[in-house]
Write a protein that binds this ligand. Structure first.
Ligand SMILES: Cc1cc2nc3c(=O)[nH]c(=O)nc-3n(C[C@H](O)[C@H](O)[C@H](O)COP(=O)(O)OP(=O)(O)OC[C@H]3O[C@@H](n4cnc5c(N)ncnc54)[C@H](O)[C@@H]3O)c2cc1C
Length: 352
């Protein structure tokens, strides 16, 4: 009997697998490579600040400190760099925005990230006329490289590349069985795929679609992430990730004409340098009512767990959340109430 079956190999699945490999646990990851997950489409920005409202994300500093040390530890073990420290330049379109920035830069929590001095000079590659503010202490994770590299270093038998068939799962008190594979437990990390999961579909995962572009802009600086009405994040080889839109109605992974026009319009208000659109893509973020993740055990089945609801901040939150889940599984350590799925117990008892 192996320790765990993990369903889904995005940031959630990777992080729980990493925690397990650090504890020498045997596991199998079942993930459908044809399902377009959020992780492989994300920009990878690791940011605990909310730059629209100038606030901190819930538990932001703890998540960030843990994530930065964690990604740094992974790098020598996988013999590759994945996390790149990069500032965000928060673009100002009008002088009146400066005051809000200065006030925010003195606010508790934000003060260690928002540099109080504004940069008033403009660059020729951007259209903004009112300078920018610098957010420091952050970075960007190369998610695709990390997921690919970890997989390469593992025994190929630890991965089953197929769609998980929920009807094939046999649940007993002390074990679970899937197509002849017996494990102590199963951990669902399906992102928005959770909607097809008959045990956890009672949870209020709403999902929000994000469309983005990949552009080629040879003259644009790669030394920062730009935050205007969209993010522009460097990818290497003159490529930049531009996005993303938010849609709560359309839950498909299909790029749309409207999404494209919206992105192009935002990009054109920001960029003043030749660029070419290379790709237009879309994926659904696993967002939750109340904006906090979903962590814990099924109300009836003690060997069925979930790590989901990473929303817009999977890079920041997944490392510490996966540690909390491991501690809960191994030592019974309580999961913080804010993210524990038992906050939605009434949704389970009274499904809609
Ligand atoms: C456009 C966009 C930009 C984003 N930018 C950022 C960013 O800059 N920074 C940040 O922190 N976050 C960002 N996010 C959010 C981030 O992508 C998510 O928080 C995170 O990736 C979610 O990870 P996950 O593992 O829970 O889900 P996913 O990445 O969606 O992974 C789910 C996995 O489960 C598998 N799966 C699902 N159902 C099944 C099934 N039945 N059988 C087998 N396998 C299954 C899928 O194949 C997939 O591998 C962005 C998201 C989007 C869409």
């Amino acid at each position: 009997m192996i320790d765990s079956i993990i369903v889904g190999y995005g940031l959630a699945g990777f992080n729980i697998a990493w925690q397990m490999s650090q504890h020498q646990k045997e596991f199998l990851i079942i993930s459908d490579p044809t399902f377009k997950g959020a992780s492989t489409n994300a920009a990878g920005v690791c940011n605990p600040t909310v730059l629209k409202r100038y606030t901190m994300a819930w538990n932001g500093i703890d998540f960030l400190n843990y994530a930065k040390a964690y990604y740094k530890n992974i790098e020598p073990e996988l013999d590759n760099q994945f996390f790149y420290p990069l500032p965000i330049h928060r673009i100002f379109y009008k002088e009146v925005e400066h005051n809000d920035w200065i006030v925010a830069s003195q606010r508790e929590g934000l003060t260690s990230f928002l540099k109080s001095e504004l940069v008033r000079k403009t660059t020729t590659t951007l259209k903004n006329k009112a300078g920018y503010g610098i957010v420091e202490g952050l970075g960007k994770l190369e998610i695709n490289t990390l997921l690919k590299r970890y997989k390469e270093t593992r025994d190929p038998n630890q991965f089953l590349n197929e769609s998980f068939d929920h009807s094939a799962l046999i649940i007993s008190k002390n074990s679970i069985e899937y197509k002849g594979i017996i494990a102590k437990r199963i951990i669902f990390c399906e992102g928005f795929g959770l909607k097809q999961n008959p045990w956890f579909d009672y949870l209020p995962l709403v999902g929000s679609k994000g469309e983005y572009l990949i552009i080629k802009a040879p003259k644009l600086s790669r030394n920062q992430i730009i935050k205007g009405s969209v993010f522009i994040s460097p990818m290497g080889k003159d490529l930049f990730w531009v996005g993303a839109s938010f849609s709560r109605n359309d839950k498909t992974n299909t790029p749309t004409v409207e999404g494209n026009s919206w992105l192009v319009e935002k990009l054109n208000t920001l960029l003043n340098t030749p660029h070419e659109i290379v790709k237009h893509e879309a994926a659904v973020r696993p967002t939750v009512i109340g904006r906090k993740p979903l962590l814990g055990v099924h109300p009836l089945h003690s060997n069925m767990f979930i790590l989901n609801g990473l929303g817009t901040r999977g890079v920041l939150m997944a490392p510490l959340l996966s540690k909390w889940l491991m501690k809960y599984i191994d030592e019974g350590k309580q999961i913080p109430n804010e993210v524990a799925i038992n906050r939605f117990e009434s949704y389970f008892s009274n499904p809609k």
